[in-house]
Ligand binder design. Structure first.
Ligand SMILES: Cc1cc2nc3c(=O)[nH]c(=O)nc-3n(C[C@H](O)[C@H](O)[C@H](O)COP(=O)(O)O)c2cc1C
Length: 173
């Protein structure tokens, strides 16, 4: 797939099947995350953590659902990649880094035919449960700054308004 097609194919998936992604594809997606632009080139401030253990995924799903009881914020995804970061050397730079790293992973996933979802909810679920912070292995001095769910859709989700510009653009020439 060419890059622009992969960017356009990426969309949020909210119903995953049990089918796991292959380790080879996972490595390609993680590699893409590591090629992202990162403020000041501070790659050492970040850590990617792959979670595929069903018990831990269930615990994160339950913790994430505290904001909306009865929901399943992980939508059954068989893989969750959490991004941990130290506090940035510039204000909020860890959050903008997270956007770059996770977007790269989602576009790489789309290129490989793998579905994804940027999950604020799972980050909330991890950070607000000290036991989960330990189980996920967020290093001392770091916090989870973003997560992405990966897998294959159990039911197809269409990207809203695909092929149309979704953000207002102003030109100053
Ligand atoms: C930073 C960020 C956090 C998000 N968190 C969630 C989330 O917790 N749960 C969810 O269902 N979707 C989440 N999304 C997905 C957005 O709702 C989705 O990207 C948006 O509606 C546009 O749809 P598309 O991704 O299909 O193009 C998040 C997206 C971003 C960029």
């Amino acid at each position: 797939m060419n890059t622009l097609d992969a960017i356009n194919a990426r969309h949020s998936s909210r119903a995953f099947s049990d089918r796991q992604i292959s380790d080879a594809d996972l490595e390609k997606i993680l590699f893409a995350g590591g090629q992202a632009a990162v403020g000041g080139g501070a790659f050492h401030s970040l850590k990617l953590i792959v979670i595929q253990c069903p018990d831990l995924l269930k615990a994160i799903d339950e913790s994430s659902a505290k904001m909306r009881p009865g929901s399943h914020p992980l939508y059954g995804a068989p893989t969750l990649v959490a991004l941990a970061s130290t506090k940035g050397f510039l204000e909020n730079i860890e959050w903008t880094n997270a956007g770059c790293v996770i977007q790269n992973m989602m576009v790489a996933a789309a290129d490989l035919g793998i579905d994804s979802l940027y999950l604020w909810m799972a980050m909330y679920g991890i950070n607000n449960d000290p036991e989960l912070v330990k189980r996920v292995g967020i290093p001392e001095g770091m916090t989870c700054v973003g997560t992405v769910a990966l897998g294959y859709e159990a039911q197809e989700f269409k990207k809203p308004k695909a092929d149309e510009q979704r953000i207002e653009v102003a030109y100053i020439k």
